[in-house]
Every structure is written in C-alpha cells, then in structure tokens.
Ligand binder design. Structure first.
Ligand code: 16G
Length: 270
C-alpha cells in the first residue's frame, strides 16, 4: 500500500474509476489507521493533500474525511486539521446484556483477569441493595475485563452466596468466563432486570494502572444491581470504565400523554 502519512503520488494512489472515489479514499485511510501507519493522535492528510494525491476534487477528499469522523475514528480541530482518535465502543443503554455479549456483538474477543476473589461480608450499601441479612456473605469478585486484550472495565462484583450455592467452590477459571452464562447454566437464573447508575470520576492510581490510562484521566463509575426472573437480586457490581473508550447511547421517548402527566414542571401552563 502506498504510504498515507507521507510520500507523493505513485502507482498505489490510482483509484478505480468504476467505484466512488470518496469510498476508495476512505478505504485507504482505514487501512493506514488499522495498519498502524496512522496511529491515534496522527494528523490525517488534509482535503487538499488528498485531492492532490488522488487527483480528485477537494469535495471528494472532504467527504472521505467526514465519513471517517462519522465512524468515530477521526476528529476535526479548527485551524489544525483532522486527527486520528481512539475508537469508542458504542454501548446501548437499553437491554440487559453482559460484557461478553456486548464485546462479541462488536466483533471483539472478551476475556477476564481475576484480580481478587474472596468470601466476605458485604459493606452496608451492597448488603442493603442485595437484600441480605446481617452476616450473610457474598463472593467478592474483582475482575479486569478485556476486549481483544485491551482493558475495557474494572468490575467489582458482590455475589450473594446464599442464592448461588456452590459458587465459592468453583475453580478460578470458571470465573474468567461469562458470569451471566454461569448463572443460567448452573443455577437456572437469568438476570432479567437491573438498576444501573453512571457517574463521572477521575482515575485513581489503581484504576489508572489496570485500565491503562493516566492517573486523573476521566473514567465512568457505573453500578449495576441485577435481579433474576423472580426479582431477586443476583449481583451488585461497581465498575470503572475508561472514559475515552466508550460512548453510551439511549433511545428516548416522550412519556405517553405528553404534558398531561400532572407531574413536575413539564406540564402545559394556563
Ligand atoms: C456487564 C455488567 C456487569 C456484569 C457483567 C457480566 C456493568 C455496567 N455491567 O459488564 O454488571 O456483571 O456484564 O458479564 O456493570 P459476563 O457475563 O461477561 O461476566
């Protein structure tokens, strides 16, 4: 492939007249990004440079760059040009899915590193949310979740041992796979509903080291309380997500009978 980062027009820069030019230029840019020739932070050729190199109009060059921005792979900086950015995982906020399912749906290979596993008494919040009686233990499970070998989340799970008999004696490897699959296959319990919260935070030294971000980098603190088919809590998880690797998306709808709910200050005046 011809170099995208530098060099002059050559054989490799010829485009096939039978296919849309902007698509082919986009393809070359994608190859250069995926191949590491244009790493995160690299400046992309400008629309003028693309136009010259491929013998197309500046409009065509602009369109290829625009599509790269829309794919979430590049960012325009006013007066400076376009730069390659870290790809973000687009995560839906509806649908109760597992890490394993989410990463597979994105074509990535999920894996886990078990950092800590121990029988413990839950802290007050975990005990209350899980609806445990005093003295009822949880399996405290701390895992680093990776996708294609890259850290994507640090999860600290609290699993109520009274509801998951035998969990404690499972080999460590069983905890490296999908917990949601394990709930189903071993106890015939499936997370059916969950309450999740998201908050912004800054990475402390431990999160930074594990998630491979700098200390003080933006992270998301997420909690999830999942319940089974009968509404019984199955897990309480505190997770840390690197802010530069995710974009959350939710579909929003006006409540039925808009303006007529009689609640809050959203109603029609008069
Ligand atoms: C997600 C959940 C987590 C759950 C895990 C199970 C959040 C925000 N999300 O990461 O609560 O334990 O999926 O995934 O905490 P697994 O089945 O792949 O182990």
């Amino acid at each position: 492939m011809s170099s995208m980062g530098r060099g002059r027009s050559g054989q490799g820069d010829r485009l096939d007249p039978a296919r849309p030019y902007h698509e082919q230029i986009l393809g070359r840019l994608l190859e250069a990004i995926q191949g590491g020739e244009l790493p995160v932070g690299a400046r992309l050729p400008s629309e003028r440079e693309l136009a010259e190199r491929f013998g197309v109009s500046r409009m065509t060059g602009r369109r290829a760059l625009q599509e790269l921005v829309e794919l979430g792979l590049a960012e325009r900086q006013v007066g400076r040009g376009s730069f390659v950015v870290q790809v973000k995982v687009r995560q839906q906020l509806q649908g109760l899915t597992s890490f394993t399912e989410d990463m597979r749906a994105l074509g990535m290979r999920p894996s886990s590193r078990v950092l800590d596993v121990a029988r413990r008494l839950p802290d007050a919040e975990a005990q209350r949310l899980l609806g445990l009686r005093r003295g009822e233990p949880v399996l405290y499970l701390k895992r680093l979740r990776l996708a294609d070998g890259r850290p994507m989340a640090l999860e600290i799970n609290h699993l109520p041992l009274v509801r998951l008999p035998g969990l404690e004696s499972l080999p460590r490897e069983a905890l490296e796979g999908s917990l949601y699959e394990l709930f189903g296959s071993r106890w015939d319990r499936r997370p059916a509903s969950a309450t999740q919260t998201l908050e912004a935070d800054l990475a402390g030294p431990e999160e930074a080291r594990l998630l491979e971000v700098r200390p003080g980098a933006p992270i998301l603190r997420i909690t999830r309380l999942s319940r089974d088919q009968d509404g019984i809590p199955l897990e309480f998880v505190r997770s840390y997500y690197p802010g530069d690797r995710y974009r959350f998306q939710a579909e929003l709808r006006r409540p039925a009978g808009e303006g007529g709910s009689g609640r809050g200050d959203g109603g029609r005046g008069g």
